[in-house]
Design a binder for this molecule. Structure first.
Ligand code: TLP
Length: 341
């Protein structure tokens, strides 16, 4: 039986070209910054994002944490979206390991925090209160159906942050999806950010890895934090080689995933027991509500027929399109969902 794994784009396997590049990668000791493949990947990332430097880390979670630790001291406060991955899905790492106080601001269904609410959440200079040191955005916004933040909004938030001497981080785990959806370059989307992280292991289909880009001084701090967190790697050019192939060959094709997601969302909208507005689907994440019945049972019934999806809380189910799912697969997936839902 064919399995359609829509739980995440993290389930993607490396391409044949990646496997060849990995087998043949030149390597060295990356803690000494002597791995030529990692050095090349970091230089490519910095250039692509229009930043001075970049550092390769193990995961998106480590990228956000090592960046957060570069911007915040213990007891500082970070303003973060209530639906953000950092707040919802990173095991409270910034608080647990960095002693950082988290202040959430609601995300609307387009993924945005209201700039006035962000500004109102910034602390005055007062010894009784934590010092606001960081504002973090997420692009695309995972839990808001992969909503895209454009550069106008990002620059608006950046100018609020910088006018208060606060750093702006972008969790850009899927920022290439945002750039492709908006037909802009990633550097346009992050011009005013102090750090941006992005993942190779999601829609770009690498087996592992993320990067953080920023100024040379900040990236030196992030590199130090990577070591602090036990994430210094040695001959990791073996895995970084896939990242080079990803940046060269896997970015433009993300539009196919967006097209599949749109077809999927339209089809789901026509199933009476499901609720979704297909107009809201901008990238590769499709989240819909199920009107009645227990969701775990629905997910099990789908799994028996070969469709894997995930639960997002409340009445929500998430399906993510990716390299392993073709637009033709979507028709079959919809037939299965219709039969089960
Ligand atoms: N997201 C995963 C799960 O953890 C939910 C997924 O399947 O979507 N930022 C964002 C916006 C993310 O979506 C994720 C992963 C991360 C950071 C963390 O990346 P990893 O899993 O590499 O630590």
């Amino acid at each position: 039986m064919r399995i359609f794994d829509l739980r995440s784009d993290t389930v993607t396997h490396p391409t044949e070209e990646m496997r060849i590049a990995m087998a043949n990668a030149e390597v060295g000791d990356d803690v000494f910054e002597e791995d030529p493949t990692i050095n090349k990947l970091e230089a490519m990332a910095a250039e692509r994002f229009g930043k001075e430097a970049a550092v390769y880390v193990a995961s998106g979670t480590m990228a956000n944490l090592a960046s957060g630790l570069a911007h915040c001291q213990r007891g500082d406060e970070a303003i973060i979206g209530a639906e953000s991955h950092i707040f919802q899905n990173e095991a409270g790492s910034l608080s647990a390991l960095g002693g950082v106080h988290i202040r959430t601001v609601p995300n609307d269904n387009l993924g945005m925090m209201d700039p006035d609410e962000i500004e109102a959440a910034i602390r005055p200079d007062n010894i009784h209160q934590p010092r606001t040191a960081l504002i973090s955005l997420e692009n695309t916004q995972n839990r808001c159906s992969g909503a895209v933040l454009d550069s106008v909004y990002t620059e608006q938030v950046a100018s609020i942050a910088h006018s208060h001497d606060i750093a702006l981080h972008i969790d850009g785990a899927r920022i290439f999806n945002a750039a492709v959806a908006l037909s802009v370059s990633v550097s346009d989307l992050v011009r005013t950010a102090d750090t941006v992280s992005f993942c190779l292991s999601k829609g770009l289909s690498c087996p592992v890895g993320s990067l953080v880009c920023g100024t040379r001084d900040t990236i030196n701090l992030v590199r130090r934090n990577r070591k602090l967190l036990g994430g210094g790697m040695r001959q990791a050019g073996i895995i970084a080689a896939a990242g080079i192939v990803a940046l060269e060959t896997m970015v433009d094709r993300l539009s196919e995933d967006h097209e599949s997601a749109r077809i999927l969302a339209k089809g789901l909208a026509s199933i009476p027991s499901l609720v979704i507005n297909p107009e809201m689907i901008q990238t590769n994440i499709v989240i819909f509500d199920v009107k009645t019945g227990p969701i775990p049972e629905l997910l099990s019934a789908l799994k028996i027929k070969g469709v894997l999806a995930s639960y997002t809380g409340g009445r929500g189910v998430r399906m993510v399109t990716h390299y392993g799912i073709t637009p033709e697969d979507i028709e079959e997936i919809l037939n299965i969902v219709e039969a089960v839902a």
